[in-house]
Ligand binder design. Structure first.
Ligand SMILES: O=C(O)c1ccccc1N[C@@H]1O[C@H](COP(=O)(O)O)[C@@H](O)[C@H]1O
Length: 215
């Protein structure tokens, strides 16, 4: 199970969360977010992380030259597109950054919104489903309607996001079968300030869930 913890702003917390078992860490490159980090800050944190963890830059409505510059400046290994980027945009980004993984986030309003998934899958590595919020792009703490995702099996790997917490993650995973999960506000004290006890509890719950599902 891939586990991405998103919205890191402190190097010490990023290193601690990597050591707890996260497979990916996310850095918000959206200036309007309270979790926004500059290229210099990302570069400093990335330099302290283990090689084998994915370092994900989260973008929304940025241009390809802007994204490429930030990737070059920081050592990010993955780009998450969290705005209204089209399949064509993903395809062009892939041509510009062939060695960088692409995660496309879709903010799902209803089951009908899932129809667009097949337009994206050949241009991306991973799909991410987040809850829709009319005013905010992400990090909202709002959950998706997991029931509409019970049969969801796209042709590429996918991550479940949106309002996941150590308290609800097992319920979510018993209902939905993603390849991984993504958490931000559910393991925070305040935006960007991660609660390491909550992150540790998350991994404890995931360990028990995995052991039970192997029985
Ligand atoms: O976290 C943010 O501030 C943010 C800003 C702009 C785009 C995406 C953002 N975060 C993403 O939101 C989801 C879910 O967050 P939560 O667990 O519901 O708090 C996650 O994929 C973050 O990458």
């Amino acid at each position: 199970m891939r586990v991405k913890i998103c919205g890191l702003i402190q190097a010490e917390q990023a290193v601690a969360i990597a050591n707890l078992g996260a497979t990916a860490l996310g850095f918000i490159c959206v200036p309007a977010s309270p979790r926004y980090v500059t290229s210099e800050e990302i570069r400093e944190i990335v330099a302290q992380l283990p090689e084998n963890i994915d370092k994900v830059g989260v973008f929304a409505h940025s241009s390809i030259p802007e994204i490429s510059q930030i990737v070059r400046d920081t050592g990010l290994t993955c780009v998450q597109l969290h705005g209204d980027e089209s399949p064509e945009f993903c395809s062009l980004l892939r041509e510009s950054l062939p060695n960088i993984q692409i995660i496309k986030a879709l903010r799902v309003r209803s089951i009908e919104h899932l129809a667009q998934v097949s337009d994206y899958t050949k241009y991306i590595d991973t799909l991410l489903l987040d809850a829709y919020h009319p005013q905010q792009l992400g990090g909202t703490g709002q959950t998706l309607d997991w029931q509409i995702l019970e049969q969801f099996q796209p042709s590429c790997p996918w991550l479940l996001a949106g309002g996941l917490t150590p308290d609800n993650v097992v319920t979510a995973l018993n209902q939905v079968k993603p390849d991984g999960i993504d958490l931000s506000s559910g393991v925070e004290i305040q935006p960007g300030d991660k609660d390491l006890n909550k992150v540790a509890l998350l991994f404890e719950k995931l360990g028990k869930w995995k052991a039970l599902s192997l029985e």
